[in-house]
Structures are given as C-alpha cells and as structure tokens.
Design a protein around this ligand. Structure first.
Ligand code: HGY
Ligand code: MN
Ligand code: MN
Length: 405
C-alpha cells in the first residue's frame, strides 16, 4: 500500500458517519491503531501504545540511539484525510524503502493520539506525554460531557498513572522529524512539491463567555435587553479588525455556542473560542491582550459580564539548524528546489522541540485547503517527500549527526 492509500484507509475510521472526525481516544482510534500495527509489525517493528494513547513503532538499528518520526492521527471535525496522518503513513513508507537494511540508529514512528485540541480544548495531549508535560491540570481538564482526560484514558483501557513511562529518553534521541501537509497555498503558488520548515508560529487559544440576560423575544423592548449574542457579534468583528493590523497575524473565532438557543428567547450566554497566531511572540501576545480588552470594553458598554480562560500560550519554535541543514541537503540531493518557510499551523514538533532537536518537511496542499474534506495531496509530491526522507536517514550518519548525545 502507498502512503496515500493508507491515509484513505484510516479515513474510514470516524466517530461521525459520512465524514472524518476522530477526537482523543474515541472508538475509531482503536481501528487506526489496529491498522498501523498491521502495517508496522511485518516490517520488523515492535509496536506498543503508551498510556496517553500514542502508538509507537520501533524499527531497530545498529545502536540504541533513535530518530523519532511522527505526527498525529486525531482530526478536527469533518477533516481531510491527510492532516497529521500522512506524517505517519509516510514514515512507514520510509521504513519499507529500507528493505530491511539496518541504520546506525533506530527509527521510532509515533502516531500521536491528540494534537488538535478538539475534545478538551487544549491541544498536544499526545506529544506532551512524550516530553513529560502532561500535567495534573491537563489530566483534570473536562470535555463537554464533563469527562476528564484521565477518565477518557481509563475508558480506553489505559492507565494515566503510567504516563510518565511514555517520556522519551533525551540522552539517546537524535531528534524528531515531522512530515506534514502545508495546509496553505504557498507551495502551490510557487509550483513546488515540498517546503523546508524553518519555524512554527506561536499560538494563543482562549475561551470567552459573554453572560447577559435571557428574556422573552416578544415582550422585551430593544433598549431593555442584555443580549449576549449581539455583544459577542460586536466582539467577533473586533477580532477580525485586530487580526488585520499586523502582517502575518491571524485571529479567529472558530466556535460559538449560545444558550438557551431558542428563536424566541433573547440569548442569555454566548461561549466563544479565540485563536491568535504569529511568528513573533510579542506581537501575538500583545494582540491577544488587545482582543481580550476589547471584549471587556464591549461587555461594559452593553452591561454584559465577560469572562475569559486561557487554554494555550504556545511560543513560536525554530527548527533545529543542524537537522534542517541535513534536510536541506537531502532536498538538493534529490534535486528539488529548497523553499524555506514558516508554519502557520501548529504541530507536535513544537512540543517535541522542548526536549529534542526538530525538523519539518511540508508537502504541497493542492487548492491550499485543509481542515476540510477537500484536503488532498499529489502522489508525485508524496513520493518526493519519501525520496528526501530516505536521503535524510542516510544523511544523518554521513553528517555524523546520528552520533548526537
Ligand atoms: O490548529 C493547528 O494549527 C493544527 O492543525 N493543530
Ligand atoms: Mn490540524
Ligand atoms: Mn496537523
């Protein structure tokens, strides 16, 4: 099977019939694990699942040093088939391409259980387990049904008290490589199959609540209302306006919920998400502060109580210079132009970077679309990424990088 065929096979496993939705440790994740194990074990890989639900496959090498290659296998609601998943199936293709040859180091493929942050609002649960950052606060975070991360882990048959065993051994880890679709229009606009990632933008995620007064839509005069949804609408436009003030800044309200949600009741409460990103942390944080202040100002003007919860303040992360140089040389060896670019999307690599050197290679996104069923890749581009990946595996040794630590 090709890497693309494997993505399409895994796309069949969803918690929502008719579209691809796979959140943290939902039942279809068992099917994903079953298939990944079926594809990895015949290649001589030892496969296990850690207590954060990450699936690992270890391809042995001549020494105990290891290169980790991974990405996530959870998805956003109504997702495409390639976001995250391609990084795992492409890694399996790389091991297949070795045809049993042993490298001077082991290769560990990791399929992270959760990167998107859909179920619990907080992303990177899987990769945080590997970096030792899956703390009690996160384990006690509740989903919309009031189930905590710990309870979700137990319900899947795993043991949250064993999560510390999932932490990587930094002393033997050469680094972390992630292949990922670009999820944007740049490579397509440049007619390039691959992009060399130099850094990953930082991101802020918040939840906001606008609390007004529910009341009868027919009897309450307009000047006597405390309409939470109108205040939220005021603010959403302000989010967009602030997002347009800085080149490279993006600010998004992706989710809104209103209660009580009846057409003849003035909305009493509105619950909104906020996602702000930029390559410069100071710009990102300042704009986030401005946007939150705007919510408070609008609340005061409209007698609406506004409360906010910070879910994520993730700094921007540069890719490791040495690993990125090896990846650049691999691109050149295979004969592809080197286009260096930042990543607007977040990735597990930004969490792994807290403990080990990271490198990322982007694969072109035709139509520049992602987080949508129309997300796709071109077979030639995926093959190009595999060819570059094979060169990278050999290049590590030639550059003496695999002797790190
Ligand atoms: O939201 C992101 O940047 C990624 O898709 N998790
Ligand atoms: Mn995504
Ligand atoms: Mn992703």
């Amino acid at each position: 099977m090709t890497a693309i065929e494997r993505c399409l096979e895994l796309a069949r496993f969803s918690e929502t019939p008719g579209c691809i939705t796979r959140t943290f440790l939902s039942p279809p994740m068992r099917d994903v694990h079953h298939n990944l194990r079926e594809w990895m074990e015949p290649l001589g890989m030892r496969v296990w699942i850690d207590d954060a639900g990450n699936l690992h496959g270890l391809y042995p090498g001549k020494t105990g040093r290891r290169l980790i290659i991974g990405s996530h296998v959870d998805s956003v609601p109504n997702a495409g088939a390639y976001d995250g998943v391609l990084g795992v199936t492409l890694a399996i293709s790389l091991i297949e391409a070795l045809k049993g040859e042993l490298l001077p180091y082991s290769v560990e493929i990791v399929a992270f259980s959760e990167e998107e942050g859909v179920r619990f609002g907080v992303p990177f649960i899987g990769s945080r387990a590997l970096t030792g950052a899956l703390d009690e606060v996160l384990l006690n975070t509740k989903d919309k049904q009031g189930i905590t991360v710990s309870e979700a882990i137990r319900a899947f048959g795993l043991d949250p008290t064993e999560i510390p065993l999932a932490a990587i051994d930094v002393a033997v880890t050469i680094g972390y490589l992630e292949f990922h679709i670009e999820q944007g229009p740049v490579l397509e606009s440049l007619h390039l199959p691959l992009g060399l990632v130099t850094a990953i933008n930082g991101q802020s995620r918040h939840e906001l609540t606008f609390q007004g007064q529910p009341n009868h839509a027919g009897t309450t005069p307009m000047h006597l209302r405390r309409d939470a949804l109108v205040a939220a609408a005021d603010w959403i436009v302000e989010v967009e306006r602030t997002g347009q003030t800085e080149p490279g800044l993006v600010a998004t309200v992706g989710r809104i919920a209103v209660t009580p949600g009846a057409g003849n009741v003035i909305p009493g409460a509105a619950y909104l998400s906020l996602d702000v990103r930029h390559s410069d942390d100071a710009i990102r944080v300042n704009c986030t502060v401005k946007i939150i202040e705007a919510a408070r100002r609008i609340g005061q003007r409209r007698s609406i109580d506004v409360s906010t919860t910070e879910l994520l303040n993730q700094p921007a992360v540069p890719c490791d210079a040495v690993l990125t140089e090896v990846l650049e040389a691999s691109l050149q060896k295979v004969g592809h132009p080197v286009h260096k670019m930042g990543s607007g999307a977040g990735h597990d690599a930004m969490i792994m970077a807290e403990r080990v050197p990271i490198a990322m290679l982007f694969v072109r996104s035709p139509g520049g679309i992602s987080h949508h069923p129309d997300e796709t890749v071109l077979p030639g581009d995926v093959q190009a990424a595999i060819d570059v990946g094979c060169q990278f595996l050999l290049g590590l040794e030639q550059r003496g990088v695999s002797g790190l630590h």
